[in-house]
Ligand binder design. Structure first.
Ligand code: FMN
Length: 196
């Protein structure tokens, strides 16, 4: 599809820094799908944006980590978000929570929540387990809602992720691939309508 000048910009990332991360694979696929749907995705790897564990004393003495400010500026340039959320003990990962916690903090008199305000998001997950990380999706959804992000009802949890991807990084299961495309299309179409 030809990119429109007003194509919705969507920030795409996974809540895992692991080099072989299934959720990064899923996020990359989603970025391709967003582009095919006429959106402008930006895939980022949280491995490239390390931040210390949130600590109020660090914040009081040193302010926000530079990477939190970089990500926040990046987020402000986007209309929406797509997050691939791994599941740790039924929860979202500390990496995802920590990243969002830092981004949500005030800086130079501006609320961190401003960067999230009015954004639309979609959440997906992948796990070697049988539920595909589905429990983390409910919590990712709740977290995003708490900071003012509207989350699409559609979601995808890719179970048995070890076998779910082919050598080219695509999803082997056609129904899952179509579901991911449908989520990305809905994200792009809804954002385009909101922008119009
Ligand atoms: C501390 C920890 C807890 C985990 N708990 C769960 C879990 O509750 N449910 C699940 O499906 N997988 C669980 N896993 C397995 C992860 O889904 C698996 O490591 C997955 O590959 C992580 O995502 P990634 O591939 O994107 O890094 C857990 C892994 C770790 C390290």
């Amino acid at each position: 599809m030809t990119e429109r000048p007003d194509a919705p910009r969507i920030l795409v990332f996974a809540g895992s820094a692991r080099s072989g991360s299934f959720n990064k694979r899923l996020a990359r696929l989603a970025a391709e799908s967003i582009e095919a749907a006429g959106g402008r995705p930006t895939f980022i790897d949280l491995r490239d944006h390390p931040m210390p564990l949130y600590d109020g004393d660090f914040e009081a003495t040193q302010g926000l980590p530079e990477n939190a400010l970089v990500l926040r500026r990046g987020l402000a340039e986007h209309d929406g978000l797509l997050i691939a959320s791994p599941e740790y003990n039924g929860f979202i990962t500390p990496l995802l929570k920590n990243t969002i916690d830092w981004l949500s903090r005030p800086h130079e008199g501006v609320s961190g929540l401003k960067a999230f305000e009015g954004k639309l998001a979609a959440v997906v997950s992948a796990s070697p387990g049988g539920l595909g990380g589905m429990r983390s999706l409910a919590l990712a959804r709740q977290l995003l809602t708490n900071i003012g992000v509207t989350v699409l009802p559609d979601q995808l949890a890719v179970a048995r992720a070890v076998d779910a991807f082919d050598d080219a990084g695509g999803l082997r299961d056609a129904a899952q691939a179509e579901k991911l495309d449908a989520i990305c299309r809905r994200l792009v179409d809804t954002l385009a309508r909101l922008k119009a």
